[in-house]
Design a protein. Structure first.
Length: 315
């Protein structure tokens, strides 16, 4: 059976731990795994603006011995010029893995249904699971084992990062607190799913409005842009709604004594985070950005390993 990575809870707690451990190993020995030797091709499709995603996948695929084939989503016109299903059937014959950074989660799910090869979510409007693997790897590096740590996400909880923090954080055994103003909190379905996972892992998932309460004693403080791609016309209203949610030095002072701060970038200094925090000693954002490469190498290797073993009838 072909495995995909479409949302954070596609991995069980044990599988997530395995992927993160693999990522840590690949970071220490970047060229030891040649899971794409051949070179095998990975089709990478970008419908949304990208820097870290494109750079980290291209570098990581090359380190695995593969060929990163970039497909310009604006030229391909997937879902408009040609159906998602037909594109999936074509790319599945050309590539060993398909990576897609796009808008609708439903389109990604359809790609996985017809591709016949592993499909990886490089970002949709609902989830950003590769970023979360990189974030969890970064926390492990700076804080040790994940279960029992507290993570405070401050800002727009009704975005892909808020959703993914709930699901991936619960899977990792973290205590996740989302602090967002009313009207910008995660949908109940994601909170309920995180709570369901948490019953297995000992995690907790809370949603609140006060950033001070969320950050109090936290081991990790996370933020993200207040104006996600595609919502630029809402910028003025969002800046007003989130005015009290900036991660400042004062807010960080309420976190644990050795708390780290994270941001998936791009960061808008003076809005969701102050420069003195982003560039300060608690910031691990550049480690976080680098770790996209190692985490993505791990998930590609893990998916191919599982898919190939299954197809060979060894499971």
């Amino acid at each position: 059976m072909t495995r995909h990575f479409l949302r954070d809870d596609d991995l069980s707690p044990a599988e997530q731990y395995e992927v993160l451990s693999l990522a840590a190993s690949l970071k220490q020995a970047p060229y030891d795994s040649q899971s794409l030797a051949g070179p095998r091709t990975v089709a990478t499709i970008y419908d949304k603006p990208t820097l870290r995603t494109q750079a980290s996948f291209a570098a990581g695929i090359a380190e695995l011995g593969g060929n990163p084939m970039m497909v310009d989503g604006t030229l391909a016109g997937i879902g408009r010029r040609e159906s998602v299903a037909d594109v999936a059937r074509v790319l599945g014959r050309q590539a060993s893995v398909i990576v897609w950074r796009t808008y609708a989660q439903a389109a990604l799910d359809e790609m996985a249904q017809y591709a016949g090869v592993p499909v990886v979510n490089a970002l949709t409007d609902e989830f950003h699971p590769c970023q979360l693997l990189a974030d969890l790897l970064t926390i492990r590096e700076h804080k040790g084992e994940l279960p029992g740590l507290t993570v405070a996400f401050v800002g727009d909880g009704a975005c892909n990062m808020g959703n993914s923090w709930l699901l991936a954080g619960a899977t990792a055994g973290l205590h996740v607190r989302i602090a967002s103003p009313e009207g910008h909190q995660p949908e109940p379905q994601y909170v309920e799913r995180a709570s369901e996972i948490a019953r297995e892992t000992g995690a907790t998932a809370e949603v609140m409005t006060a950033p001070q309460a969320a950050v109090a004693g936290a081991d990790v403080v996370v933020t993200d842009t207040w104006v996600s791609m595609g919502r630029e016309e809402e910028a003025a209203a969002r800046l007003a709604a989130f005015a009290d949610y900036t991660v400042t030095a004062d807010l960080m002072g309420r976190a644990g004594p050795d708390a780290i701060v994270m941001h998936c970038l791009p960061a808008y200094r003076g809005k969701e985070i102050d420069s003195e925090v982003l560039d300060g000693p608690a910031s691990v954002v550049w480690d976080e950005a680098e770790n996209r490469r190692h985490a993505q190498k791990a998930i590609i290797t893990w998916l191919l390993r599982g898919t190939e073993v299954t197809e060979e009838g060894l499971l």
